[in-house]
Design a protein around this ligand. Structure first.
Ligand SMILES: [Zn+2]
Ligand SMILES: [Zn+2]
Length: 272
């Protein structure tokens, strides 16, 4: 494999990371990444109160400042891009519309971590099967709504709540057997709207499998989906680029020939 690509990582601009921007960029480079996009959280919802979270208004500016501060020190063969992980679009669509179009951004991941009904997926109790069915239902409803919005380039980590369920000993995933029609509708919407999906490799690192699952990745390819990115979702320096090589290999096995990278929201396709 020629070079590694990582289009999902965090720095201390994110509330849940303490990794300095330059150190994260250089850790990614040292791991072999040559196409890198830093995607700090830009969330309008406070995960504790579910109220509005004003620091989201500043993330794109801080991202640009951090980028400008290091650009002269970057290795010449590293293509570094500016992104954000735009979360919880369902809560404040007008604010997100403005943030998604912030000047200087190359790439926007559209993601979803907090439900109106039950708060953050991270803190849910997955022991009741009926509750798990409801959660899958809410998740797919809100992803579909998000997919129909024009606020992002690539949808992040479909089905990632599997991680939190597994931590409680519950094997929960979005399967085509149970949700095939809705997942197909979601993927078709993304494809028709010119958006992509990511293969989030954090689950490979943690033993939860890829997000989305392999069968959803295959369906996306079969439906004609071409825009796919790959990301480690590293929040710590020692996770920089972790498992993106496995993720790229998996995409190759499934039949993808290219991985997308972005400049000013325009995809370019790197052969794998
Ligand atoms: Zn996320
Ligand atoms: Zn992330």
């Amino acid at each position: 494999m020629a070079v590694l690509i990582d289009y999902h990582c965090h720095t201390d601009i994110s509330r849940d990371s303490r990794a300095p921007y330059y150190d994260m960029v250089m850790a990614e480079y040292a791991a072999g990444v040559r196409h890198l996009c830093v995607t700090d959280h830009c969330d309008p919802v406070d995960w504790e109160t579910l109220g509005f979270y004003p620091p989201c208004l500043d993330v794109a500016r801080r991202e640009t400042e951090a980028f400008e501060a290091v650009r002269d020190r970057l290795p010449p063969d590293l293509e570094l891009r500016r992104g954000v992980e735009l979360g919880e679009i369902i809560f404040h669509p007008e604010v997100m519309n403005t943030l998604a179009r912030a000047p200087g951004l190359d790439f926007v991941l559209g993601s979803y971590h907090i439900t109106r009904e039950h708060g953050d997926f991270h803190w849910m109790d997955y022991s009741d099967p009926a509750f798990c069915r409801e959660i899958c239902d809410i998740y797919l409803r809100d992803l579909q709504w998000t997919a129909e919005m024009d606020y992002f380039d690539v949808m992040a980590h479909i089905g990632y709540f599997r991680r939190y369920a597994m931590a409680q000993g519950v094997d929960l995933s979005l399967t085509l057997r149970e949700h095939g029609d809705r997942i197909e509708h979601l993927l078709r919407t993304l494809i028709q709207n010119g958006r992509g999906i990511e293969l989030n490799c954090s689950g490979l690192r943690d033993g939860c499998g890829p997000f989305p699952s392999e069968e959803i990745l295959r369906l996306y390819r079969d439906l004609g989906g071409q825009i796919i990115t790959v990301g480690s979702d590293a929040h710590r320096l020692d996770n920089a680029a972790k498992c993106v090589d496995q993720g790229m290999e998996l995409l190759k096995t499934i039949g993808f020939r290219y991985i997308a990278v972005f400049t000013r929201h325009e995809p370019r396709f790197i052969p794998i």
